[in-house]
Design a protein around this ligand. Sequence first.
Ligand code: IMP
Length: 412
Amino acid sequence: MAKRFGPSNIAVIGMEWGDEGKGKIIDFLAEKADFVARFNGGNNAGHTIEAEGKKIVLHLVPSGVMHKNKLNVVGNGLVVDPKVLLQEIGFLEKNGKKVSPDNLVISENAHVILPRHIEEDKKIGGKIGTTARGIGPAYTDKAARIGLKFYEFVDDAVFKKRFGEEEFYQEYKGYASALRDYVGDTTLVINKALDNNKKMLFEGAQGTLLDIDHGTYPFVTSSSAIAGGVCTGLGISPKKVHSVLGVCKAYNTRVGLGPFPTEITGAIGEKIQKTGKEFGATTGRERRVGWFDALIGKYAVMVNGIDSIALTKLDVFTALNKLKICVAYRHKGGIISDFTTNMKILQNCQPVYEELDGWWDDLTKIKSYDKLPNNAKKYLRRIEELLKVPISIVSVGPKREQTIVARSEFLI
Ligand code: IMP
């Protein structure tokens, strides 16, 4: 295919239940972008980046911070724990990454996670296995129109009136003054930059199936994790999202509770979990693992309008005799070929698998698509056929350089 100029603004969206490797992909693409803007979630996210000999886990600051001269935006769609944000800024500085209002702006309309939100999440979040970071209760206050926005938080007079937790008053007042210079009108900043043809990456947190509206409710997070969330979470027009890059793993994982039709238990599941280091970046919890579910893949392509896919962790599949892809569900004697978020149905679905042959070669040093083993290529092609979307990036390890560009025309 002839090479053409790629899109200038790309939304990077998780296709499953989070942990697809979005941080790594954004870090890889950020080199060519001017802005990296996060639009949803909070410090429930954990974006792991391995580059320049360091391993960095980010929870709030967008992944563009790993590169010089990028503007990182925390959009209005987020709920931000000021204490965690300041810790993260300190951690980045210790690791040689400069963070200042010149490269990080927080939306004045983002909501503040307060101590009472965390307390409440610890009390009630167990039912669905939340990260207990106060995310749900902070979004609840936002929807109930009693939340505290960042422009209020950093205004001494308003803060004094609105902050009800006496024992934390001095501590949070300190956070407010440390963050004051970072707070701005990000909607205006982003739209002006778009008018000036700046290149942007819109960084999604969590994934399609954790989306509050389109995920596996109630086992979801409380924000819009799908591509539609870019517009509401940053205040931009859908016309400004030129392309959507879906990120998925070679297999599926899920942290927390809820149905997972292709879940693998036993030795193979443990092997994938160990090789893939499937333990939460935020909570350290074990991630449940499962075979690639093409119904979920097709669903993610549909609700996000995915143009191309970045498939991560293909290297983890080395040394498995057979690989499975779920192509349909069996439900009460019938066959279902489209994913459903109807829990009554999903809880009682059994996967129908197609089997493919595995490979034994180590993939972690492979630099080009052509050099991948034939069976790995067959696996990728089968996913492309089932999802009807091309794979533009294949990731074969956690490091920035372990990234194979298969089709550059879809990338920034
Ligand atoms: P909350 O976002 O902390 O309210 O958690 C709600 C659900 O989303 C739980 O099942 C969490 O495990 C899951 N979750 C939230 N953020 C992430 C993430 O970044 N990766 C994977 N799972 C997540």
